[in-house]
Design a binder for this molecule. Structure first.
Ligand SMILES: N[C@@H](CCC(=O)N[C@@H](CS)C(=O)NCC(=O)O)C(=O)O
Length: 222
C-alpha cells in the first residue's frame, strides 16, 4: 500500500501510524507542496496530503483516496484487527470526537504555530506572520491543554482504556508544536505531557517523530 505525502504533516503521520498499528506495510512516497506528480494527483484531486493507493483493490484496479479520515476508515474496514475504532456506539462516538478534535481544534492551533514558525520562514520564505504563532501559543493552546488535562483517563488512553484512533489523532499534531518552541509544559500539564510522550513513543510513531523532529529542529536552528 502506498501513502503519498510527508510524515512531517500530522495528517500523514496519523494515516501512516494507523496502518502500522494494523500491521499493514506502507510505502510513503514524497508528495504534496508541489511534489508527487500525476500519480499523486490521481489519488488526491486537490493535492492535499495524505493520499492512499491500494494496488488492485478496486475490482483489480488501483483504489485511490485522499484525506486522513477516509484513509483510516478504509483501513479499519479492510483490516478489522486490531480494532482501533471501537464498535460500541458510545466508545465509537468518543473516538470520532477525539479524531475530529485532533484534526480540527488541535490542528488549527498547531497549524498556526508550525506554519508561521517553520513552513513560512524556513520553507516558503514568505507569507508568514510570527505574531500569529505567538498569539496561538499564548491564547489558543492553553484551552486545548487544559481540556486534555481534565479528560485523559488514568489508563493513559483517551477511549475505552485501550489504544485507539483517538490517541493517534490527538497526539500526532502536538509533536509539531513541540518542534517549534511550544512543547507541553509538564509542570502545568503533567498528565497531558506524559500522555503525549507515551503515545508518540509507540513503535508506530517513534521513528517518524524522531526523524522529522530532527529535520525541523535542524532547519529551525540554521
Ligand atoms: N482533512 C485533510 C487535511 C489535509 C491537509 O490539509 N494536508 C496539508 C498538510 S498538513 C496539505 O496537504 N497542505 C498542502 C497544500 O494544501 O497544498 C486530511 O485529514 O487529510
Amino acid at each position: 500500500m502506498i501513502i503519498y505525502g510527508s510524515t512531517i504533516s500530522p495528517f500523514v503521520r496519523k494515516a501512516v501510524a494507523f496502518a502500522r498499528e494494523k500491521g499493514v506495510e506502507v510505502e510513503v512516497r514524497n508528495a504534496g507542496m508541489g511534489r508527487g506528480g500525476p500519480e499523486f494527483e490521481e489519488a488526491s484531486p486537490f493535492r492535499k496530503m495524505p493520499a492512499l493507493r491500494d494496488p488492485g483493490a478496486d475490482s483489480g484496479r488501483d483504489f485511490t483516496i485522499s484525506d486522513s479520515t477516509a484513509i483510516v476508515h478504509y483501513l479499519e474496514a479492510k483490516y478489522p484487527e486490531p480494532n482501533l475504532i471501537p464498535l460500541d456506539p458510545v466508545q465509537r462516538a468518543r473516538t470520532i470526537w477525539y479524531e475530529e478534535f485532533g484534526d480540527t481544534m488541535v490542528m488549527a492551533v498547531g497549524g498556526k504555530l508550525f506554519f508561521n514558525r517553520f513552513v513560512g520562514p524556513k520553507m516558503l520564505k514568505s507569507g508568514f506572520d510570527a505574531s500569529i504563532a505567538d498569539v496561538a501559543e499564548r491564547d489558543e493552546l492553553p484551552p486545548i491543554l487544559q481540556y486534555l488535562e481534565r479528560v485523559i483517563p488514568e489508563s493513559g488512553y483517551l477511549v475505552a482504556d485501550r489504544f485507539t484512533l483517538a490517541d493517534i489523532a490527538v497526539a500526532a499534531p502536538l509533536a509539531n508544536a513541540s518542534w517549534v518552541g511550544a512543547a507541553i509544559d509538564g509542570t502545568r500539564y503533567p498528565r497531558t505531557a506524559a500522555y503525549v510522550d507515551a503515545i508518540l513513543a509507540r513503535p508506530s510513531l517513534a521513528d517518524l517523530v524522531a526523524r522529522d523532529g530532527e529535520i525541523v529542529r535542524g532547519m529551525m536552528a540554521a
